[in-house]
Write a protein that binds this ligand. Structure first.
Ligand code: C5P
Length: 296
């Protein structure tokens, strides 16, 4: 059923439980084998009707609100998929940003996927699911994952997806240092450091196995190594950098264990967030539109 305006959707974050870089592709992207895991921490996007041109507002001034925002680009692709060639009108998207940016948590991609899900029923209701996935992939390699959520194996650019069985719920401590990492930089540092011949051959096990971008990023930002060690010392049964960084995560069996580690690791140069993993079903329920009351 199509949600009536105004409505609100949640855009959940992800971590990469493992991220293996298998080689460079002819299109310039890297061939990946990664396991995505949805987290409960989320941005909220409110969609409302307005009389004028399409606009974005955001409660975080560091977040662009022009056409460089993936939300804008996602909306524009839906508008075009509906056959419109004029400028977008009639909708305002208000973003409440809670997922750290430049963090490896996929915040921008998740907001883009949430926008696709929100606007397709209104602007392009006849769009097929396959087309939606293709539009998602054209916005960013991890956008298709955010259209599904849960625990998912990603191959190729990370956009060919194979859902995995739901894992037991785990508590997750995110540690955000006082710097971000741009995704292209992380891959460039990987390329500079890893001669083609020494790259992993074949496909290793996809259980937690580490993140191939972690060592190259840690060479430029040694704090990454200290944070991962700190998470392990504070009881994480697994800890690594997420995606291209800079956020690192630790997995904990219990909430009190995660909260104690979060408190121990928080400091003037490190923010910590305690959250938990989400299954595909929890992701689908949580991401569904809810009617928003009109704010005064
Ligand atoms: O697809 P997305 O825009 O999120 O990717 C950002 C950048 O990350 C790309 O321009 C590329 O430099 C790098 N990347 C890559 N291989 C991937 C995914 C991302 O090289 N599989």
């Amino acid at each position: 059923m199509t949600a009536r305006f105004p409505f609100e959707v949640r855009a959940f974050a992800k971590i990469n439980l493992t991220l293996r870089v298998l080689g460079l592709r002819p299109d310039g992207y890297h061939e990946l084998r990664t396991v995505f895991q949805s987290l409960a921490i989320h941005d909220r996007l409110r969609f409302e009707r307005i009389a004028g041109p399409f606009e974005i507002v955001c409660d975080d001034s560091r977040c662009p609100v022009d056409r460089t925002n993936l939300v804008w680009r996602a909306a524009a692709l839906v508008w075009r998929a509906a056959g419109r060639r004029d400028a977008m009108t009639g909708v305002r998207v208000s973003i409440r940003k809670r997922i750290p940016m430049q963090a490896g948590l996929g915040g921008g991609s998740s907001d883009a996927a949430a926008t696709l899900r929100a606007l397709v029923p209104h602007w392009a209701p006849d769009l097929e699911a396959g087309q939606l996935d293709r539009i998602g992939a054209s916005l960013g390699a991890d956008v298709p994952f955010f259209l599904h959520g849960g625990t998912v194996l990603g191959l190729e650019r990370g956009d060919r997806l194979f859902p995995l069985r739901a894992r037991e719920r785990e508590w997750v401590v995110l540690v955000q240092p006082d710097f971000g990492v741009g995704t292209p930089d992380a891959y460039r540092w990987f390329d500079e450091r890893t001669p083609m011949a020494s790259r992993r051959r074949g496909l290793g096990p996809y259980a937690e196995g580490g993140n191939d971008l972690e060592a190259p990023v840690a060479r430029h930002h040694p704090a990454i190594t200290r944070i991962v060690r700190g998470l392990r010392r504070n009881g994480a049964r697994w800890a690594a950098m997420s995606g291209s960084g800079s956020v690192c995560f630790g997995l904990f069996a219990t909430r009190p264990g995660a909260e104690a580690a979060g408190r121990a690791l928080a400091g003037p140069r490190c923010a910590t967030i305690v959250t938990r993993t989400l299954t595909t079903e929890e992701h689908a329920r949580g991401a569904a539109p809810v009617h928003a009351r009109v704010r005064g």
